[in-house]
Design a binder for this molecule. Structure first.
Ligand SMILES: CC(C)(COP(=O)(O)OP(=O)(O)OC[C@H]1O[C@@H](n2cnc3c(N)ncnc32)[C@H](O)[C@@H]1OP(=O)(O)O)[C@@H](O)C(=O)NCCC(=O)NCCS
Length: 161
């Protein structure tokens, strides 16, 4: 991927769903969900989600939605950046674009496994930029994942900002 080319930040459209699926598939340790789930991201949750594109290629994605019972809380579900584009601030830029699209948000929530230090650093970095606190709470216990080998998913709550 040529990093010199211009990057566009856009709300996803349904036709992006197959590329979002492939990007998540190539971004361990993220859980790969069904193709249908990414079609929902690109339709029902398109207004609060963002893709980064170079020409027509999806090179980054943040899927997010406002919590139905707490609309000032933006829940960030998955963040992925193409491996050739990492380490250049793209994930942080994606999150900044997501926040611009949700001007009423005062909190970000996300879940992160204890071993995903890249994701922890990313969210702590965005909290620092927002001058906001980060609270880490237990959320989905690994026992809920049953036969899947999966770590706990801890809740990171950032805000208010
Ligand atoms: C996590 C991921 C999205 C980061 O993307 P990225 O574009 O490389 O991240 P950025 O360059 O925007 O970095 C943002 C911050 O996180 C830090 N960071 C990112 N990756 C890191 C790593 N592997 N190790 C340590 N710190 C890291 C950066 O140093 C930066 O901190 P700073 O703003 O204080 O300088 C990317 O590595 C990825 O897609 N990983 C696989 C999927 C995944 O784990 N997603 C996260 C789940 S929510």
């Amino acid at each position: 991927m040529n990093s010199q080319k211009e990057i566009s930040f856009l709300n996803p459209v349904c036709d992006d769903a197959p590329q979002i699926y492939e990007l998540i598939k190539s971004s361990p340790p993220l859980d790969l969900n069904s193709r249908y789930a990414y079609m929902l991201v690109a339709t029902h949750f398109a207004a609060t989600s963002i893709v980064a594109k170079v020409e027509d290629q999806v090179v980054g994605v943040v899927s997010a939605y406002c919590l139905p019972e707490s609309p000032q809380t933006l829940f960030v579900w998955q963040v992925a950046v193409d491996s050739s584009m990492r380490g250049k601030g793209l994930a942080k830029q994606l999150l900044e674009h997501v926040l611009k699209k949700s001007p009423n948000a005062r909190w970000i929530e996300t879940t992160i496994t204890p071993s995903n230090s890249a994701s922890q650093k990313l969210f702590k970095s965005i909290a620092k930029t927002l001058h906001a606190n980060v609270e880490v709470l237990p959320f989905f216990s690994k026992s809920l994942f049953k036969e899947d080998a999966h770590e706990d998913e801890e809740l990171y709550r950032i805000g208010p900002f």
